[in-house]
Design a protein around this ligand. Structure first.
Ligand SMILES: [Zn+2]
Length: 448
């Protein structure tokens, strides 16, 4: 009897282990708190990184900051046999484009591409921001350290590059510092347009904006929880007829909480729960904070999956503020407020998500569902290159996460016996020989 129990326990542990990749734990451990601290300090010490600030000084302003970021990416690249393609991507934004653009400015992003071995034109992207601001968004001279907003996201992208450049991946990974965020998301717009023009196949964008504060203005101190913001459905379609057809389809078949960005959010959630179970990922079902936006939005606007990863508890006295003391409160986004153990954790969340997605085969493009007025739900999908098999997921219609799954091997249709189509939402992912999975695809076809 005792032997049987041990045997079952052993079998169970093997089954669990088979679903995880030891490399991913190594990646969590390799993210360095010290390097993040040094990078955030360095970025804050440029005085201001306002988009309209000085570009000629070697020590102050956004020009010096972006040259330093590029030199760091170049250094990382030289440590991995030139495994990164590092370049500036830039667009001129003219004075008066909006009220925050008070003079012509070249909005310059720093891009580093780690080319995939099998799918060089498929990309998973991690972004942070180069630029900062103080109380007046047009004030480009006053000290604006932007330590948490958003030197943390920028430092996170550089640190992820240091860690992941030690590995090879099937898909490409992009680490990017975007600019012009505080002036109206101009850097993201520029790169999203560039991606579209160059026909990049984007798996998803992980936009990191403020990943270092654990002391909320609400009095809560929390170094475990973080937010994953995702819009419900894609927003790139504007043709009224197509919109009406999509709305009708959602009314009858669902999908209003299952857009591509939402699947990316679920992937981050699941990967975190699997490899960093001490963390508490909190999916928020909206584009961004109430009425606000971030640099994932311009990618969403072009039809790409993109989410925002962010601390759970913000401190508004330390964002977008002139450095000052008022009524005993110290205002300003300064270095000493950043919590680096937390920043390391959120950087690791990005790194493991990218390592998993960059190791995964493409998602099936066409996923059909059937089984109306039948006892069992049925599925048909197109096979994808590089998949060893497929996984069918389902969940209660009120659940945010894919709670049930069944691996079905290398086939292209399947019937889930006894699972009635009416009572669940369903999706399908492709699984690689290495066990890594693509994003889940919500059914986009109906069959009888
Ligand atoms: Zn900001």
């Amino acid at each position: 009897m005792k032997t049987t129990i041990i045997a079952i326990a052993l079998l169970f542990s093997i089954t669990i282990e088979a679903q995880t990749d030891p490399k991913i734990y190594d990646i969590v451990d390799a993210v360095s708190e010290d390097r993040l601290r040094n990078d955030v300090k360095k970025l804050a010490d440029f005085g201001t990184r306002h988009t309209l600030s000085d570009t000629l000084s070697e020590t102050r302003g956004i020009g010096a900051a972006r040259r330093w970021i590029k030199s760091e990416f170049d250094k990382i690249s030289s440590n991995c046999n030139d495994c990164l393609e590092v370049f500036y991507q830039k667009d001129l934004v003219e004075k008066g484009t909006n009220q925050r653009i008070v003079k012509d400015v070249m909005v310059v992003n720093v891009v580093a591409i780690q080319r995939g071995t099998k799918y060089p034109n498929r990309y998973i992207i991690m972004s942070g921001d180069i630029d900062s601001r103080v109380s007046d968004p047009t004030d480009y001279t006053t000290d604006s350290p932007g330590a948490n907003d958003n030197a943390t996201g920028m430092a996170g992208a550089m640190e992820a590059a240091r860690v992941l450049s030690k590995y090879k991946f099937e898909n490409s990974i992009i680490y990017v510092g975007l600019s012009g965020e505080e002036q109206g998301l101009f850097g993201g717009q520029g790169l999203a347009k560039y991606a579209k023009e160059n026909e990049w196949e984007i798996i998803g964008v992980l936009n990191n904006d403020m990943i270092g504060n654990i002391t909320g203005v609400d009095g809560v101190v929390d170094n475990r929880t973080f937010r994953i913001f995702s819009e419900p459905i894609t927003t790139d379609i504007t043709d009224p007829k197509t919109l009406a057809r999509q709305a009708r389809s959602r009314r009858f078949y669902g999908g209003e909480v299952d857009g591509i960005s939402r699947q990316l959010a679920r992937y981050v959630h699941k990967t975190t729960k699997t490899y960093m179970p001490e963390m508490n990922p909190m999916m928020v079902y909206r584009l961004d904070r109430f009425g606000r936006g971030g640099h994932h939005r311009p990618f969403n606007d072009q039809g790409f999956a993109g989410i925002r990863i962010m601390e759970a508890h913000e401190n508004y006295t330390q964002q977008h503020q002139d450095i000052r003391t008022e009524n005993g409160i110290n205002y300003g986004d300064t270095f000493e407020h950043v919590n680096f153990p937390y920043c390391k954790k959120l950087t690791a969340v990005n790194a493991i998500t990218m390592a998993s997605l960059a190791s995964a085969p493409p998602s099936p493009k066409e996923v059909g569902i059937g089984g109306i007025v039948e006892a069992s739900a049925k599925f048909k999908w197109n096979k994808v290159e590089g998949a060893k098999g497929y996984k069918i997921y389902w969940r209660d219609t009120t659940s945010p996460t894919w709670d049930n799954s069944r691996y079905v091997g290398d086939i292209s249709e399947f019937t889930l016996e006894g699972i009635v189509i009416d009572n669940y939402f369903f999706g399908i992912s492709a699984v690689g020989a290495n066990g890594h999975e693509s994003l889940v695809v919500f059914p986009n076809k109906i069959f009888r």
